[in-house]
Design a protein around this ligand. Structure first.
Ligand SMILES: *[C@@H]1O[C@H](CO)[C@@H](O)[C@H](O)[C@H]1NC(C)=O
Ligand SMILES: *[C@@H]1O[C@H](CO)[C@@H](O)[C@H](O)[C@H]1NC(C)=O
Ligand SMILES: *[C@@H]1O[C@H](CO)[C@@H](O)[C@H](O)[C@H]1NC(C)=O
Length: 278
């Protein structure tokens, strides 16, 4: 990958969501696929039959949305193809089950199923259309039996609940087997969006453990240490410090801990939430 990178136009993510940084116009297009490292925004005026090709990291897909508008209406002007050329099949809406489970109110987005896509303008758009192309995690509903997946937090990440009881190390492996990671709660908002989807009636494993060093809690999936001032949501009185060497994994929810974090024996059996980030 790194070897071919310099040959593409690489656009880095705009830091803030209200600012889209550079907007590429047709005259900026260099007649080779634009590599989408995080996101790219293209803006008109678009000429009829102008063709744009995009590609991203091999194991990721491309997400298409319209800034200040609706991607479904925009299809009157453009067609998005799921592959490297205009003869590839049209990009389809994501699986119904994923849409059902995904957070309402996310921008309407179309996804490729491969790491390449082609956009062709069949008509000149009436308005000043801005098309946003993002790198996204693939989201398949049934990665395994007893699985539910959706886009709970934003339009580019994917979360799956695995409804089978296993210990924490085994659930870590189950997520990895599906190209995902056991969940890490980076913020209260992320935790709440996940909780709203699956409730916390049943407990599930997260990637937070202090197995490496007692009392030093680490989100294993992101390798970030929980430090003072970071978001936490421990059940009152937890984690136990006097016995911490015996309760090294964070379990979320269930009848004991409700909507809080509990420190328990990593060998206990519970469900899991996996996540995939773009
Ligand atoms: C995304 O998932 C679908 C369904 O499992 C699969 O067919 C496709 O190859 C995956 N795409 C990538 C880029 O991994
Ligand atoms: C956790 O706290 C550290 C140190 O205060 C900070 O650098 C880091 O950004 C915080 N991480 C998160 C996810 O808030
Ligand atoms: C943790 O669970 C395992 C398996 O159930 C058990 O053998 C072990 O004694 C437990 N450890 C503690 C400290 O409760």
């Amino acid at each position: 990958m790194a070897k071919t990178l310099p040959f593409y136009v690489v656009i880095l993510a705009a830091v803030s969501h209200s600012c889209y940084g550079t907007i590429l116009a047709p005259e900026d297009y260099e007649w080779r696929p634009i590599f989408v490292d995080s996101e790219v925004v293209i803006g008109g005026p678009f000429g009829e039959n102008f063709i744009w090709q995009f590609e991203t990291q091999e194991d990721r897909i491309l997400a298409f949305s319209i800034l200040d508008g609706n991607i479904k209406d925009a299809q009157e002007f453009l067609s998005i193809r799921d592959g490297a050329d205009i003869y590839s099949p049209k990009v389809q809406l994501e699986n119904d089950d994923i849409i059902q489970l995904s957070r309402k109110g996310l921008p309407e987005t179309l996804y490729s199923t491969t790491s390449k896509a082609t956009v062709q303008f069949s008509k000149t758009p009436i308005s000043h259309l801005k098309l946003r192309i993002q790198k996204a995690a693939n989201c398949s509903y049934n990665i395994k039996p007893e699985t539910q997946c959706g886009r709970m937090v934003d339009e580019v990440s994917c979360y799956c609940a695995l409804f089978d009881n296993k210990n924490q190390p085994d659930q870590t492996m189950s997520c990895l087997d599906s190209g995902m990671k056991l969940v890490s709660f980076e913020s209260k908002e992320e935790e709440e969006l996940i909780q709203r989807t699956w409730s916390t009636q049943i407990p599930f494993w997260t990637s937070l453990t202090d197995t490496r060093r007692d009392g030093s809690w680490l989100w294993e999936s992101t390798m970030t240490l929980l430090s003072n001032g970071n978001y936490t949501n421990w059940f009152p009185g937890r984690p136990l410090t006097q016995e911490s060497d015996q309760f090294n994994c964070m379990l979320y929810g269930g009848s004991t801990y409700l909507t809080f974090w509990g420190d328990v024996n990593c060998s206990s059996l519970a469900n899991a939430i996996c996540e995939a980030q773009p």
